[in-house]
Write a protein that binds this ligand. Sequence first.
Ligand code: NAD
Length: 501
Amino acid sequence: MTEQLTHFIDGARTQGTSGNFQDVFNPATGESHSQVPLASAAEVAAAIASAKAAFPAWSAKAPAKRAAVLFKYRDLLISHSDEIAQLVSKEHGKTLDDVKGELARGIEVVEFACGIPHLLKGEFSESVASSVDTHSFRQAVGVVAGITPFNFPTMVPMWMFPVALACGNTFILKPSERDPSSVLRIIELLHEAGLPKGVLNLVNGGKEAVDEILTNPDVKAISFVGSTAVGEYIYSEGCKHGKRVQALCGAKNHMVVMPDADMDKAVDALMGAAYGSAGERCMAISVAVAVGDKTADALIEKLSPKVQALKVAPYTDPSAEMGPVVTKESKERIEGYIQSGVDQGAKLVVDGRGLSLQGYENGYFVGGTLFDNVTTEMDIYKDEIFGPVLAVVRTDEYETALQMVNDHEYGNGTAIFTRDGDAARDFTSRVQAGMVGVNVPIPVPVAYHSSGGWKRSLFGDHDIHGMEGVRFYTKLKAITSRWPSGIKEGAEFNFKAGKDH
Ligand code: NAD
């Protein structure tokens, strides 16, 4: 039977009134098991009004009281992690262990946000002039919104709302309509932890729902994570309507492999970073830049049997290393890119097309794919494929490899594998990317640091979570006070430096 999913507004699940629904599929079987309602603009406006009404009381609570909800929430997330993992895998396709990792990363942000009383502490200067003191502190922005992608259906929302709520904001969450069940459940758990109704409202929807968020004057800030085309639209429209916007977008992450690298470790790193989660990660490595033909030959020789042996299976098979991709359209798009690589002259070493698993013939499976001799003019080099496709590019020297990373339109993550500290230091200093790994293939910072790319991988001024998250979700206020005993007689018409008072 087809399950009807819901929004979560004013503290309860609600079907909505738009009458628009979209099918949600199990990518391993290709079967639709539920339908998600797509909110109309009027429904989103009502959810925003509910968040606006909840703002005065929530923002006035002591930060420690807001943190108390998050402490409880953390425990609920941990005790429900098996249930949440099942919900993610059934709609996304990734393995259960991979979901547990995603959840753990989201829970780290909740733990960071539990420290909000400390994080919101302001600054104080005594006697900036005679009898004058200045202090500053940060206050919540108001109603803020988060628009999130399919690939980390629980972690990416948790990059946003724990910090935003801890700071005193109220929140509108518009998750991906492709895998909506797990995020609905984690929002329900947040209310079990004691979040008052209306403080966070979840609305499912497509462009109509997003456009209401972009234009509604009661939304003060928007966090977006998703593709560059949509992110650029959200950034420009949101800014046009006077909102603060951070838009974390697409990627093409390069891993430079130096001739002195430990080749076995580099190959293991590439296998996990290129094919884990079927390559559907914003920090997946999709390009390996081999410095020197000997390095490239060694990489290809060691990679190809491992790519061929990748265990591609549904998440219900505990031995699965990689599941299906998320939709039929994704599978077709990825296979189209593989064909374009062949047409444009790359050497197809392992072809993941045409994979059919017994009992899962209608699933959206694409096998691990490996290209050699890829050049920078090819579409498989330039575009984010978001699938299990690794391109090996050959180059003669380190400088060309570095230049290649820097010339690419995206600058989300990158890595260098080397034993040479000098090369690693030079790379971390000169490379144009927001997250850099030295012998670490997926260098996503922990929750108490901040995460974000450069170039066309991020629009806006703030990275996400960590202190950048606190800054994004708060406004700074500076207070200057003089007590009556320090006020001089007579009007003062000239502007003065503090020390001249
Ligand atoms: P997407 O851009 O298709 O969707 C993201 C969100 O935008 C969803 O909520 C979706 O409903 C909404 N949306 C889609 N089309 C829209 C439109 N025309 N107008 C308004 N809203 C629209 O992204 P996706 O396919 O769900 O996710 C994959 C992308 O996300 C990849 O590009 C990946 O690199 C990126 N991503 C980036 C990061 C990062 O930290 N930089 C993290 C995760 C994913």
